[in-house]
Write a protein that binds this ligand. Structure first.
Ligand code: ZN
Length: 406
């Protein structure tokens, strides 16, 4: 997708006449956007560009309302330097999170600040209705809250895997969609549409405004209905050939064991997802284990957590075991990528005591433990908003070419 072809983009990435000028402009926007409160001299130093070039670019960006002056910095004698700030309210990004039965949506500014949020439930009666359903709801959501011309792009987080070229959900067992075409959404609103799977979007959100800002290399791990990972290497999301890298849920942890819906046996997801909790809990009840879960029917992941919090040791052990299983997969990734940190999130993170106990116990031992630089482990600080923020990050990364996302 060529940015120049889309409406609303002309001010963000101007003209093709002078490629170098455009690259310099992007470099300056990106620096002001991500580092903020910089002076013209500081930007010149950091970019290695001449002060007169920077001054010209900044004048233009101020004129276009993408950058504004915000008072003065410390003076070392002489005139106090003027600080510059990116204008995050220049445009509005639409973020969507597609779930099994509901769709969450938000409008955010260009710095990832959510301005409005909403959600709706949906039932698809026929194939390929998803785009139509989203367009209808999104239209009124935008109309109620902002001027439609301010929308600069739409980002979508979806389960399953996505073809980055065609913007299609190629396969999603959770959505029960094969080749779900979402392109009409971008065409309808005439803005760039960016789609990626939940785990990649999670990692992008963390890299943009979360804990991932601190790390050059980290793995974002999501747990819930599925298990996934987004891999950030050298500040860039590693996507693989068609966007499928980080399919953590389908690495084999038990050879020749239970059959997974993907056709393989012994996948991690069978031992670390919500379904694992429910199936194991049901199995315990069916064989007469004296657990509180017996009275908490129908058994759901939430009822396992409730039982654990009420002191049921079987439920507690089950959550610890889920954590240990998940950590076996995480450790495999640690050994392959040697990241600085692992950041965990997802709806499966309902309680942190027992699940994290299992994860931390297992992660305490790995091949690199003797190195003075210890692997850091975090849980996300963004809560459920992480998906919407990540969906918006897809768009921001596209518009400004953040180094993380090509
Ligand atoms: Zn599988």
């Amino acid at each position: 997708m060529r940015v120049e072809e889309k409406s609303g983009m002309n001010l963000l990435r101007k003209g093709n006449k002078d490629l170098i000028k455009e690259l310099n402009r992007s470099l300056v926007i990106d620096m002001v956007r991500l580092q903020g409160n910089l002076t013209r001299t500081e930007i010149a130093k950091k970019t290695g560009l001449g002060l007169s070039t920077i001054t010209n670019i900044i004048d233009e960006l101020i004129k276009d309302n993408l950058v504004s002056e915000i008072g003065t910095g410390d003076s070392r004698g002489g005139r106090k330097p003027v600080l510059l700030k990116f204008n995050g309210d220049y445009g509005v990004i639409v973020g969507l999170k597609i779930e099994k039965q509901q769709i969450k949506m938000c409008l955010a500014n260009l710095e990832g600040k959510i301005l409005h949020k909403d959600h709706f439930t949906y039932v698809l009666k026929e194939k390929n209705q998803l785009s139509g359903v989203i367009i209808e709801k999104l239209e009124s959501f935008i109309e109620q809250n902002v001027c439609a011309s301010k929308v600069v792009g739409i980002g979508i987080a979806t389960p399953g895997y996505v073809d980055q070229e065609s913007n299609e959900v190629v396969y999603s067992p959770i959505l029960k969609v094969d080749h779900g075409d979402l392109k009409p959404i971008g065409e309808h609103f005439n803005v760039p549409l960016l789609i990626d799977n939940d785990a990649n979007v999670f990692a992008l959100a963390e890299k943009w405004i979360g804990l991932g800002r601190e790390y050059r290399n980290f793995i974002g791990v999501t747990v819930g209905a599925g298990v996934g990972a987004g891999i950030v290497i050298d500040n860039m999301l590693f996507q693989g050939t068609f966007g499928g890298a980080g399919e953590l849920g389908h690495i084999t942890i038990h050879q020749g064991d239970r059959l997974c819906y993907c056709g393989q046996r012994g996948c991690l997801e069978l031992y670390a997802s919500d379904a694992y909790l429910v199936n194991e809990a049901k199995r315990m009840v069916s064989i007469g284990v004296p657990t509180l879960l017996e009275s908490l029917t129908p058994i759901t992941p939430e009822s396992v957590v409730t039982a654990a919090q009420r002191g049921d040791t079987y439920a507690q052990e089950l959550l610890v075991k889920q954590g240990e299983n998940l950590a076996i997969g995480i450790k495999n990734m640690v050994h392959l990528f040697n990241p600085e940190a692992v950041i965990l999130g997802g709806e499966g993170l309902r309680e942190e005591e027992f699940l994290l106990k299992g994860i931390k116990k297992e992660l305490a031992v790995h091949f690199f433990v003797k190195h003075p630089r210890k692997l850091q482990f975090h849980t996300t600080e963004m809560g459920e908003d992480v998906w919407l923020i990540g969906a918006c990050a897809l768009v921001a990364s596209h518009l400004f070419k953040v180094p993380i996302y090509k």
